[in-house]
Design a protein around this ligand. Sequence first.
Ligand code: ATP
Ligand code: MG
Length: 368
Amino acid sequence: MYIERLELKNFRNYESLSITFDKGINILYGKNAQGKTNILEAVFAGCTSRSHKSAKDRELIKFGEEEAHVKVNLIKNEIPYRIDLHIKKNRAKGIAVKGVPLRKISDLFGTANVVFFSPEDLSLIKDGPAERRRFIDTELCQLDRIYTHDLISYNKVVEQKNKLLKDMSEEAQGAPSSESALSMEVYNEQLLKYGCSIMERRAKFIKELNGFIKDIHMNITGGSEVLKLNYEKNVSESDFASMLAMNMDREIKNGCSLTGPHRDDLGFKVNNVDLRKFGSQGQQKTASLSLKMAEISLVESVIGEKPVLLLDDVLSELDRNRQDQLLDSIKDIQTLLTCTGIDDLIERRFRMDKVFYIENGVVINGKV
Ligand code: ATP
Ligand code: MG
């Protein structure tokens, strides 16, 4: 798929913007704090209804304004789509596809596929498990509507259960009231139901990623590293029920829910060594790059088309060799790439189909 045009009204530091992209590689360059990332964020928001940084909706509205508009025109399987996202300060956002308002935001699902790649993604391996779970969830929510539903339901139950556990831990010592015990039973049943299907889907996703990542990583490291992802479940499906029962006292004591896929992690092993603990910084970064590249291949295999790639300032984080690997791999995928300067890209004769210069919320076409 590819994005033809993006139009903004009062989005971040853009009062008004209309920008037409090339099907190939689009370079957005300019000094710091001018609005390069904001354009990628707008594309991501238009395609997924959310910010890639999980910023709150109202933060996307230009300071001092009441509402923001994002309009994305895209072509998918040769069919044109127009997505209109309308973000309001004090009301729920609205989305329309081809001019028809969606009843639920989740109905946007599957309309567009984008992969966002930012410098933060390169620290995924040294970050904590929460970031790695967020990586899995962000991608799976774009690929699987049932997963999205299960995850939202599961998280809601965890929240409710945490509240109950907190109340119980604050209650006088002694056996929980029969009312609390009954609610707990209901919550645990729901955690089991949604949790098991989340685990099953995550396991499949990680297996599929493994199918791509090995060769990609071999290639980047010149054949010296065999990278394997491991799904590290907090608890297996078969033990989930008994662990919930067994951990009950501890959960009440802690006032929070300790068992289930909200505590899962993703492991990275190179030649059987755990990269999270023993990887060098460069090794960790390279494996994160391989992961992102595997993600693109996986999305393509699932939707039957290449997603749009949003590359936010990642080149500056990579050495020459890894930059080349990445740039080589994006030859036939629509890419919006931000950077602070293009001298280096010109020098190495990198293909730039369209170049935009960005200054203080204004985009100037074709200035090289
Ligand atoms: P860098 O090269 O440093 O990454 P950038 O060009 O990517 O810079 P952005 O992050 O796109 O910069 O834009 C940052 C600018 O947008 C900042 O000056 C910030 O104050 C402004 N900004 C962010 N949110 C809003 C908002 N809601 N309303 C108005 N301006 C905003
Ligand atoms: Mg930026």
